[in-house]
Design a protein around this ligand. Sequence first.
Ligand code: MN
Length: 425
Amino acid sequence: MKITANDPSRKSFVQISADSDFPIQNLPFGIFSTLKNPTKRIGVALGDFVIDLVELYNLEYIDELVFTIDDLQAPYLNTMMKHGKLEVRNLRNRIANLFDVSNPTLPAHQEHLERILVKKEQAQLHMPVQVGDYTDFYSSREHATNVGAMFRDPDNALLPNWLHLPVGYHGRASSIVLSGTPVKRPLGQQKPKDATEPVFGPSQMLDFELEMAFITFDGKPLGERISTAEAEDYIFGMCLFNDWSARDIQTWEYVPLGPFLAKNFASSISPWIVTLDALEPFRVEGPVQDPEPLPYLHFEGNRNIDLNLNVYIQPKDGEESQVSESNFKYMYWNMSQQLAHHTVNGCNIKAGDMMASGTISGPDKGSYGSMLEITWRGANPVQLADGTERKFIEDGDTVIMRGHCEKDGIRVGFGEVKGKLLSAD
Ligand code: MN
């Protein structure tokens, strides 16, 4: 089925500014409610509006599609996602057609439009998916090299397996929170550099990790694997992902089983899930993979995405300062390889599983995706607009990440993920 929603010549009768992340070519899915109607339901972002899919259904604009009222009037996108890639594509194509300037149907029913279009200020956004399982990869070569150099040995920064498989770990789904949710500085064990014994207290090295996450459809039954050729059929869409990390807790605890309490106190996501379909025009080639991976990790076509990413720190009552400008295209292992690897042993995936990329660092200092790398573990603090310096994130700071693709005058964006760091209690 053709992705007709992506047609770059499309325009909507809804006025949308050129710098909006949500033109008619995007149409990302989310969950919202209003004061007037507190029932959680599926919405689609269009410019400064949210399209209410329940109203669209009740007014019989999408009722002949496979989706029922229970799929749309739902607290999470999971039930809709149970119908799979082609049905969701069909729905998105239909919405694009309904809001296209050349289609007179909706504009002829202003009383319907008033029910269907909700101003974004009036929409309360909620967690878009009920995350079943969460996996975090470690797929940026630059990030793995930087961390390896700092934590272990600059001459052998990458461990022997890194160039042969997308390293990952199973994280915790329960602490994934929506953008805007404050995050409390975690307490934990640390072993300061010259101390002989560990100490307990608030993390002194609280960091962000700039990541993207993809959300899956239902996969195959347990015991079957998904190939790189099939992988994209099982990917619904993506969101921005801040994998908050406590570096001092991490340094002490991670041997030999990997991240644990340094990572599972919070990860923040952006509210709109941009479909993989909408990202189709922004595909680019990834980095050359040398040595050549094993056959099950081979893939065809361009599987990376040219997606600009920016990170800002906003001190309490202060203005935002940009601290990183990176791009998702730098990822060494792509999503198809990650999913093929994840399922090659027969591990099953479900609708609503979330797989994060790992910190996205580019080749230059300005494109590093964590304070650990930007300040080189605190050795080179960054200066903010208000004159203060940061080695890591301080209490009261808000970390903001934004991302968008842009090509031939079409901008498809993710909005933002933000979270304020509160002091430990
Ligand atoms: Mn991470």
